[in-house]
Design a protein around this ligand. Structure first.
Ligand SMILES: *Cc1c(COP(=O)(O)O)cnc(C)c1O
Length: 429
């Protein structure tokens, strides 16, 4: 399948002109073929998306927007970008879309520029509770230039809503701090987001609600998670996670005035020329997401996540919030494996061919570099065609790895089983 990950003709030419680079890309293709990708934010794009991103559209400067460019020769690009915009609007059933953000981080930065002045207050979840760097981390411009106030999850294990957003605390903090903006949407939150509740709180204090659906965008499009529309005034997302497109960002709204502010905030606010080859890749992915097969795909992602969560729970593992409603789960290692960090757990899993990431858990006593948790997601495995029975098998493999004490022979044995599973479910097979 290595040829399916790059355009065959382009590969042949790269093989001749730059064998060193060609070999590296081939090695990566082999790695993707032969390992189980369980990083919740990753996926495998289609050959159509790869072809668009690898096309000659990378050659052109198109500063501006369709019909309003600064350079000549943009006619076809206007059509490509318009196609992506129209498909984005159709996917989410909204009125305006900006497809130019280079990434999810840029989409969020543009939302901040559109809505806030430096020093303004906003509400969000802190990184170590499952938020994102761009939601007010002090290492990020969102935390340096603006004033984040973080709302909590319910940390009490005996509470029936343990591990979920504490909506009463969101309301209390909103009344207390009068934020201009409230962000909902997270990087490591396994539960459904109550968008109407957030909007109610935002309206009460005159804040704008931004839903950052970077992780769940595909689930929203395919009907496996409630839509942030009409509740959120601005929706930001990535295009490369559950949406299964090229790496990039996207901003959506129903509000014409906000749409104009967003367009200015993206260009010239924080970006120069758009990545037109990536916008073409977005158009391709959005076209795929509008097909009925995509609905089936995202519902299978969630069914797989539930099956994996159930199988891990049966093996005694603790999951943050006790399970999942979406595509991801957080394994809390503290009770079952008190001496094992998320860092070592993820390293052992990688040796066994299972790619996942360490993650902080509620009130983690280990540092964000070490952590006591592992985040697992099912979008990429579902793209390969794995279903519930394989999730039970994968839970068994993960369990073997985490109990292995890092023993090389045990890890190699799991690796063999992983490779056989990968052969059974080839990428683009
Ligand atoms: C992944 C993610 C982003 C950022 O996406 P990049 O493309 O990596 O910049 C923003 N917000 C959330 C909630 C995310 O999970």
């Amino acid at each position: 399948m290595s040829m399916a990950t790059t355009d065959a003709a382009a590969s042949a030419s790269l093989a001749g002109s730059d064998p060193d680079l060609f070999r590296l890309i081939q090695s990566e293709s082999h790695r993707q073929d032969t390992t189980l990708e369980m990083i919740a934010s990753e996926n495998h794009v289609s050959p159509a998306v790869l072809a668009a991103v690898g096309s000659c559209l990378t050659n052109k400067y198109c500063e501006g927007y369709p019909g309003k460019r600064y350079y000549s020769g943009c006619g076809i690009y206007d059509q490509v970008e318009t196609l992506a915009i129209e498909r984005a609007k159709q996917m989410f059933g909204c009125r305006f879309a900006n497809v130019q953000p280079h990434s999810g981080a840029n989409a969020n930065m543009a939302a901040f520029i559109a809505l806030l002045e430096p020093g303004d207050t906003f509400l969000s979840v802190v990184l170590c509770d499952g938020g994102h760097l761009t939601h007010g981390s002090l290492a990020n411009i969102s935390g340096k230039w603006f004033k984040p106030v973080h709302y909590p999850l319910i940390y009490d294990r005996s509470h029936p809503r343990f591990g979920r957003i504490d909506y009463d605390a969101v309301a209390r903090l909103a009344r207390e701090h009068k934020p201009k903006l409230i962000i909902c949407g997270y990087s490591a939150y396994p539960r459904t987001i109550d968008f109407p509740r957030f909007r109610q709180i935002a309206d009460e204090v005159g804040a704008t609600l931004v839903a950052d659906i970077a992780h769940i965008a595909g689930l929203v499009v395919g009907g496996a998670h409630p839509s942030p529309f009409p509740h959120a005034q601005i929706v930001t997302t990535t295009t490369h996670k559950t949406l299964r497109g090229p790496r990039g960002g996207l901003i959506l709204t129903n509000d014409e005035q906000l749409a104009a502010k967003i367009d200015k905030a993206v260009f010239p606010g924080c970006q120069g020329g758009p990545l037109m080859h990536v916008i073409a890749g977005k158009a391709a992915a959005f076209g795929e997401a509008l097909k009925p097969e995509f609905r089936a795909y995202v519902h299978q992602i969630v069914a797989n996540a539930k099956a994996l969560a159930e199988a891990l729970t049966q093996r005694g593992y603790d999951l943050a919030s006790g399970g999942t409603d979406n595509h991801l789960m957080l394994v809390d290692l503290r009770r079952t494996h008190p001496n094992l960090s998320g860092k070592d757990g993820a390293a052992w899993l990688e040796e066994a061919g299972i790619i996942a990431n360490k993650n902080t858990v509620n009130n983690d006593t280990r540092s964000p570099i070490v952590t006591s948790g592992i985040r697992l997601g099912t979008p990429a495995l579902t793209t390969r065609g794995l279903k519930q029975p394989q999730m039970v098998q994968v839970a068994g493999l993960i369990d073997q790895v985490l109990r292995s004490e890092g023993d090389k022979t045990k890890l190699q044995n799991v690796r063999k089983e992983v490779e056989s599973l990968c052969r059974q479910f080839p990428l683009h097979g």
